[in-house]
Design a protein around this ligand. Structure first.
Ligand SMILES: NC(=O)C1=CN([C@@H]2O[C@H](COP(=O)(O)OP(=O)(O)OC[C@H]3O[C@@H](n4cnc5c(N)ncnc54)[C@H](O)[C@@H]3O)[C@@H](O)[C@H]2O)C=CC1
Ligand SMILES: O=C(O)C(=O)COP(=O)(O)O
Length: 806
């Protein structure tokens, strides 16, 4: 039996509203007032029709709209969720029911390469008409009094379920993931055993948590989510439950075979784990600091041996790490290049938290070790501590507490100032920066900020106006930093920046020591340019130099941003589950250095990885000079390989670099190793398949100015060669086994002479393919029962010979 996942689109799969995103195409990126005010409640599709006509009339082409739509951001973790669904298609069907339109959804899914996860989309039909304008129509008419006129999601879902039932498909569990008020109607029709996943902080969650009938009468289980990881976990649990059923069923079958029980009913389900190349073997994990116990428990429940050894010195860690395939740390453990290079077996470094500045990610990548963190587990706790420090600075709470404990009652000394109406500058508008902004706005603070990546039109939707740092410094009463520690953020707030600030500015650092230059801060505090600082983090932890900590206007904490029960539980669980998901080949979440692996969880991707490796093995064998490679060009062809170019390039490099390199190349380090070996890598995708071949990979390598080229594809479950060095194989050559490639002018004597050599070596011919003749020569590929050890005897018969075992 299958499971069904139903997604809303806007603010669920994507982190914005695709219909309002389209305004970015409009002249000056805004719509005229007459158009905006023409919206009538419940008649959104008609309004969108007018918006699209307006865009058409303004000269905005369908292609221009498509380009803008392709930039709509996916919600955190949703691409991974879709990847997971795509790799479990045998047991998960997935549909989208949305008030957007067919064009937008299609473009956005296609651009992210996740369309394969979705079986059906129920939304307003849209098309580009003969004028090049986009037109949108209502999805259907319905009689539900509670939904907008164009779409009742409940009816769409009911109709789909009924038509599936007619086709013999009944779902075991339906999981509905949504955010908005119009998701309430379908959710009410779900049954016991189903699951509703409302997005945290959005209308659906509020409606479901009301004490009224909506919340109470609901039959399905409700689990709120804020990132795709939580959805992934629920879906993974559904699959685990299914796998348990498979195990139980097998046991019953065994019993029956031994004559001990009735024949169990046939079981239909996905008994095969996705066998992609990202699956990693992990037996032992070391935890050298205090990580929530749930981490150890989850890892152990999944058959991993866990050793906790706290307070290890650097040398102890260098000694100890050799025996482990996994390492889980927080911020105190410094995972230096020395530690990494001593870690002979290490495959994963898990950071139960956000910042990875304590891990030498570059050294890990070079060694092919995956580094992953739990990016959202402690966001709220860090944001709350930041707010607490801002409040404490404004009212001198810590100093007043200390004074009272010393027996004083000093009301004058601790005169504060209100936050209301003050300006808070937020440098770094990522997860934590955003949460700080929305919380401090409730105190009436004006929030301004700077972030080189977060678009101003996005931050403005949560009340933060962006500007340059030059403009920001002089306006702020308070400044808080929320960037990672990197060369570009080290000393971001330094003497020069303090000089530009308002006299009496107060600063908070809950991100990383060093983002605010500590010496400059002390000077600013002493001169009165800075009136107070709230510090949770220090350049050196614990700080040996106590000058800042001891300053009367500094309030400080020993790196407590993530130290809440909730954050620790989330981070501990998240990192363990992420490791388990990776081991089981389900999904890759939170990797900071192995994004290329994320695509390896899509169906068929393991075959494409195999093809990349096989093509490079063929080309490697052609390079008889054994000179180093200067360049590799990879082109993927065909729409469905869009998004797989990087993965295929890394796979091809793995194949190319395997020869003669000391380090083991893998998908994580292939690109870095190629760079080190001086190989220029060019990656390209073209949506056009070549001739009849709709999906293919073309790989070319150059050695000493000579180019070798192979084109391959997948047929059934097998990588095949279509073309070698310009000679086309009309009958594709399966790339497996012991293969002999020969280039020669076609003569009647050639084949008997070759078979004679093979027979003399005691080898049988398993297969034979020949290319079309190219410039008088033909490439042949002979499959052999065993590898031919000595190619010498063939060299006198042919122009080129290469042997490879795949
Ligand atoms: N005190 C504590 O216990 C905790 C500290 N942290 C620290 O907070 C940092 C931020 O965490 P998140 O918000 O989750 O990360 P995030 O990745 O969501 O946001 C960081 C933002 O900084 C921006 N940024 C990068 N360079 C910048 C620059 N030069 N100027 C301005 N902005 C820049 C990025 O574009 C990004 O939007 C982490 O890197 C970590 O070091 C995180 C959790 C707990
Ligand atoms: O997650 C982060 O970046 C933090 O700074 C939290 O560090 P911790 O896990 O508390 O050592």
């Amino acid at each position: 039996m299958k499971n069904l996942v139903v997604f809303d689109f806007d603010h669920t799969l994507v982190d914005d509203n695709s219909d309002t995103w389209v305004v970015k195409c409009a002249p000056d990126q805004c719509l005229p007032d007459w158009l905006k005010s023409s919206y009538e409640k419940g008649r959104w599709t008609e309004y969108m029709g007018r918006v699209m006509s307006y865009l058409g009339n303004s000269g905005v082409s369908g292609d221009a709209v498509r380009r803008v739509m392709e930039s709509v951001p996916f919600t955190d973790g949703m691409v991974e969720v879709l990847g997971f669904i795509a790799s479990n298609k045998k047991i998960i069907d997935c549909i989208i029911i949305s008030d957007s339109n067919t064009l937008f959804i299609d473009w956005i899914l296609q651009a992210a390469g996740v369309k394969g996860a979705v079986d059906r989309v129920f939304t307003n039909p849209a098309r580009v008409d003969h004028r090049g304008y986009i037109t949108v129509e209502r999805y259907h008419s319905h009689e539900c009094g509670q939904c907008p006129v164009n779409l009742c999601k409940s009816k769409a879902l009911r109709d789909f379920l009924q038509s599936q039932l007619r086709g013999g498909v009944q779902y075991r569990t339906t999981c509905y993931v949504g955010d908005g008020g119009n998701d309430l109607c379908p959710v009410k029709s779900l049954q016991q055993g189903d699951l509703v996943m409302p997005r945290k902080g959005y209308a659906l969650e509020r409606l479901l948590s009301r004490p009224g009938p909506e919340g109470r009468a609901l039959k399905p289980r409700v689990v709120a989510w804020s990132s795709g990881l939580e959805i992934l976990r629920e879906l993974a649990a559904v699959i685990d439950a299914l796998e348990k059923r498979v195990r139980d069923w097998r046991r019953s079958l065994d019993r029956c075979r031994r004559g001990g029980g009735p024949l169990p009913r046939p079981f239909i389900g996905n008994e095969r784990r996705s066998d992609n190349m990202a699956s990693v073997y992990l037996r032992r994990v070391l935890i050298p600091e205090s990580v929530d116990p749930s981490c150890k428990k989850i890892l152990q429940e999944n058959g991993i041996e866990v050793t906790e050894k706290l307070n290890m010195s650097k040398d102890d860690l260098v000694d100890e790490i050799k025996d482990y395939e996994g390492l889980v740390v927080r911020s105190a453990t410094k995972v230096t290049a020395e530690v990494i290079n001593a870690a002979e077996n290490l495959k994963i470094i898990g950071r139960a938290g956000t910042g990875v500045d304590n891990v030498d990610v570059e050294a890990a990548t070079k060694k092919g070790i995956i580094v992953m963190n739990t990016p959202s587990g402690n966001t709220l706790s860090a944001a709350e501590l930041t707010c607490a420090l801002i409040l404490s600075l404004s009212r001198h709470i810590p100093q007043a507490v200390m004074s009272m404990k010393a027996g004083n009652w000093d009301r004058k000394k601790f005169m504060g100032s209100e936050l209301y109406g003050k300006v808070l500058g937020i440098v770094g508008l990522g997860r934590i920066g955003k949460e700080v902004a929305t919380r401090m706005q409730s105190f009436g603070m004006k929030t301004i900020g700077y972030d080189p990546i977060t678009p101003p039109e996005v931050s403005v939707t949560w009340g933060v106006e962006q500007m340059s740092l030059e403009q920001l410094w002089p306006q702020c009463d308070y400044i808080t930093v929320h960037t990672p520690l990197m060369p570009s953020t080290t000393g971001l707030l330094n003497d020069a920046a303090f000089a530009k600030c308002k006299k009496g500015v107060r600063v908070v650092n809950c991100a990383r020591g060093g983002i605010i230059d500590e010496d400059a801060l002390l000077r600013a505090l002493e001169s009165g340019q800075c009136e107070g600082a709230g510090l949770d983090v220090f350049a050196e932890e614990p700080p040996k130099n106590q000058a800042l900590v001891n300053h009367c206007n500094v309030i400080s904490c020993p790196h407590l941003g993530a130290s809440t029960k909730e954050a620790q539980t989330r981070c501990g669980q998240d990192i363990a589950l992420q490791i388990v998901d990776l081991l089981k080949g389900r999904a890759l979440f939170g990797a900071v250095n192995a994004q290329v692996l994320a695509n390896s969880f899509f169906p068929e991707s393991h075959l494409w990885i195999k093809l990349g490796e096989a093509l490079s093995a063929v080309l490697r064998s052609c390079n008889t000079s054994k000179q180093p490679y200067a360049q590799m060009d990879i082109t993927t062809l065909g729409g469905s390989l869009k998004g797989s170019t990087d993965l295929m390039s890394s796979a091809a490099l793995v194949g190319l670099l395997k020869d003669g390199s000391k380090n083991n190349p893998n998908l994580v380090n292939a690109l870095t190793m190629a760079e080190e070996a001086g190989i220029r890598v060019n990656r390209k995708h073209s949506n056009e398949g070549q001739g009849l071949i709709q999906k293919a990979c073309v790989m070319e390598v150059s050695v000493n100015g000579i180019w070798y080229k192979a084109t391959g594809s997948i047929q059934g479950d097998v990588p095949v060669l279509l073309d070698l060095n310009g000679s086309e194989f009309r009958q594709p050559v399966p790339l497996s086994g012991n293969l002999l490639f020969l280039k020669a002018a076609v003569t009647p004597q050639l084949l008997p002479a070759i078979t004679g050599v093979l027979a003399a070596a005691g080898l049988g011919m398993v297969s034979f393919s020949a290319s079309v003749t190219h410039e008088g020569d033909q490439w042949s590929c002979i499959g052999l029962s065993s590898p031919l050890a000595d190619l010498g005897a063939l060299k006198s018969l042919v122009k080129e010979v290469a042997a490879v075992s795949i």
